[in-house]
Design a protein around this ligand. Sequence first.
Ligand code: C2E
Ligand code: MG
Ligand code: MG
Length: 681
Amino acid sequence: MAIPVLRSLTLKQAIHAALAAFVIGFAITAVEFAWTATRERTAALGRAADVATLLDGPAANAARTLDRALAEEVLDGVVRTNAAWAEIRLADGGVLAHRERPLAPAGLLERAATALLFIDQPVVAQALRGPDGATVARLVIGIDTGAAAAGFLAYASTALVAGTLRNLLIGLAMAAVFHRLLTRPLLQIGRAVAEIDPEKPYGQPLAVPPGHADDELGYVIGRFNQTLTLLDREHAELRRMATRCPLTGLANRALLLDRLDHAIELAGRANGGASGRLAVLYVDLDRFKRINDSLGHSVGDALLCRVAERLSASVRRCDTVGRLGGDEFLVVLERVADAEEAAMVARRLLDALSGLPLAADHRVHITASIGIALHPAGAGNTGPDSAGLMRMADAAMQTAKGEGGNRFVFHTRDMTDRALARLRLEAGLRDATAQKAFELVYQPKIEAAGGRLTGFEALIRWRHDGAMVPPADFIPVAEDTGLIIEIGRWVLEEACRTATRWALDHGPVPVAVNVSARQLADPGFARLVEQLLQRHGTPPGLLELEITETVIMKDVHHHLPTLNRLRALGVRIAIDDFGTGYSSLAYLRQLPVDVLKIDRSFVNDLPHAPDIASTVIALAQRLLLSTVAEGVETMEQRRWLAEAGCDCLQGYLISRPLSADAAEAMVMTAFACNEALPLSA
Ligand code: C2E
Ligand code: MG
Ligand code: MG
């Protein structure tokens, strides 16, 4: 805020300083004047006395001889020395002679000055003596008060002007000093205080203006900062008390609702994308009341604290764990990819609680029931508000309790089933990966024109709980969990081993292996392929890597160096499911690719809707790439593809994926009948 000049401290200071300087200055001047007046008066009287002493001889002579002419001559001399008048008075009282100087009429100022200097009409009288020492007459001199007053006035006016000027300068100097030492630092402090963020008043202490660290201003600022810090602490404590559970230190219901509202708002902005989903986990301890009743409240409280610690330690920093009261806790998970992720966290929480005895000196094991609600529940679903979400999670928790506790339940049965199935799948996949309990099947590819065998595509198979799990179901889980790196390595090794064995036993047959996004992104992937080829003595030309179009195109720049390294090894590269992604034709020309695999969906459309298949074949021919049609199921499709110039065919019409033995038998027959294609390179 700008302070008007008329009300500013600077102006007030200046006025006061000037007034003080004037009052003091004028008091001093008055004393000076009085002193000067006394001096002037004494000097005038002294001068007259000197003249009287000087003319004492001739004046006494004139008086003794009653020589009036001589007396007048002497008196003329006296009045010439600035006396107003002079006379010689005889002892008998008569006046022998009288002389006076004509005086100019005095002005008002002069009269006032005369009155100040001489209240009476001062005279100097000198006794004139005869030879016997007796007084014969007196020489009386009247002082010229006007001349003395004029002298005094001349001095006084000069002194007054000089004094006024001096007072003014002193006043200004005092005002400047005050401004520099006081007003300016005060203004700086005022500005700093005005800049304090009311939302965060304690963020930054006030700075002490330079040069005031150890004076009163520094002291004021120090105290101010100290007060701010104290207030900050108290504020934080108040906030903590208002938002935290006093026993466990976890967020209380109010804070939980606030966080939940905030998370819902963020989720709304992300429009339900993977980063915009959140899960609410309502955790209720099983049979806590019994523990409390039998072991006492202090053990119960200690247990709740340990539970709080365990829950907090089992979630990410961005998640919120709070206590709703009693033995009920709420966990808010932000940015959850899907229901499965929420289920995994719930599983972790249950494991964390049941893992260890929780109360010291008491072998108490605790379990919990967890109800899970998701927001939004599905695509295009805006979902309930925070209170609604909590209610849904609460209801799900009650279901979990009803089912015996120590479990989690989603607010819809369907989600619970899916999450449990996914958890089971994941656990099974981990075991299978550890035990390498997979199998590879091989689907042959043949020359479209002649029908000769050109190679195989290796496809992974997993038998889990007595059923065959399709790769489309477990490969995404393997990708999510990172297990694909190990699984992919196993597939590659197995394919290399098989290709080498077939080559040694029968003849060279290329084997294609599918590579997932995560494998390709792994910086050690090219090196791994090189090592495996070396370890198994596999000619690189026998290995083909199939990478789906969407994976390559998603991050061409990132994948290009790996693809180039693989190509430099002599490995062939195929773009799988071609036509389903958005290939940039410019990139396609730069990519080190050998084969385009026309996606099954386009082959399916043949021969009625051949546009895409024929476009892909034309494009491949233009770029000197070979084409493989996937999913060929009918003779019409086969015929159309052969006529359109497609190089190779793969599909149920030719053969379903075969076991390794069956595939080997096919290789053997092909070489025996000379039906396998000799390698091009
Ligand atoms: P893909 O690489 O496009 O493999 C072709 C899929 O089409 C195979 O399914 C194959 O059995 C199926 N198929 C072949 N011909 C026909 C046909 O005429 N009609 C029909 N309806 N289907 C046919 P599969 O084995 O279930 O594999 C599915 C996908 O799983 C594969 O698609 C591939 O992307 C992935 N996959 C399979 N094995 C592996 C692997 O070892 N590693 C990785 N990363 N992915 C794999
Ligand atoms: Mg494939
Ligand atoms: Mg494919």
